[in-house]
Design a protein around this ligand. Sequence first.
Ligand code: APR
Length: 311
Amino acid sequence: MNRKKIALIGGGQIGQILALLAAQQELGDVVLLDIPELEHPVKGKALDLLQMAPADPFDAKVTGTSDYRDIAGADVVVITAGIPRKPGMSREDLLSTNLTVIRAVADEVRTHAPKAFVIVVTNPLDAMVYAFHKRSGFPKQQVCGMAGVLDTARWRAFVALELDVSVEDVSGTVLGGHGPTMVPLPRLTTVGGVPLTALLDAATIERIAQRTREAGTELVKLYGKGSAFFSPAGAAMVMVESYLKDRKRVLPCAALCQGEYGIQDLFIGVPCRVGAGGIEKIYEIPLDDHERSLLAKTVETVRESAAEVDG
Ligand code: APR
């Protein structure tokens, strides 16, 4: 059996961790691509990883390049190309710069890897995945954004920290846009099957929800000149793995809604089944009035951001 091919567009902070995780998990051979000016550093990162393999050990070929022809035939493309946030910036502040990048990347991916399952990570996430889809013309099953898995991981991590339990036993989901309007769902979060609402009072739950909504910004402040990279890479790999192994995991992804939750023609975080068919299905969770109103607010924000892509 031939190895799968994973193309990583953007070989910066997140791209390099994606390469490490993909190789360590032996999900396939990895191509790490960056702009021509950074061809040497990505070649270096690839070579460094290759030399890590015997110690770990893992079998995966890792190459660095600035030539899009090297992504030909990729099964999966993960896009982190673009600029990250600096302190004081919102994700939306990145829109015009990263829109130009995403459009250029979409043209190249359409030419060289037209069958690939594409996961966009570049921010502002919901607008960037929408822009990729529009520009590439790829079917909606083939394009999604990584945000919900990360937002949910943050929610689960903070809940586990509060209760001093394993993160593995905290199950839940976060809906909506990747920004301060995202919607953690405490009512549907469980800890080893026990409802979260039976374990923590409302004020504590709200404090954790607020930390989740601001988790990316908390890291931007701490890092000083960039944004999170371990956790976004880990979250994107969960999606890559589910696709390549046809695991059919149910994961919150930024997917194109066409009527689901009453949302028309917008990429936004919703629970999806991710398998060999890409985004195979969107699940509609019955929401209560409060949750519906929070979802309406996040939809409005994401729609404004998407309008800038259209405009
Ligand atoms: N093609 C390929 N790579 C590109 C292109 C392009 N057209 N334009 C920029 N890049 C590369 C940059 O040269 C850089 O190496 O994308 C890389 C981005 O890496 P970092 O600056 O280290 O940013 P990172 O922390 O990885 O975040 C990338 O993901 O989560 C989002 O907000 C984050 O938008 C940001 C993106």
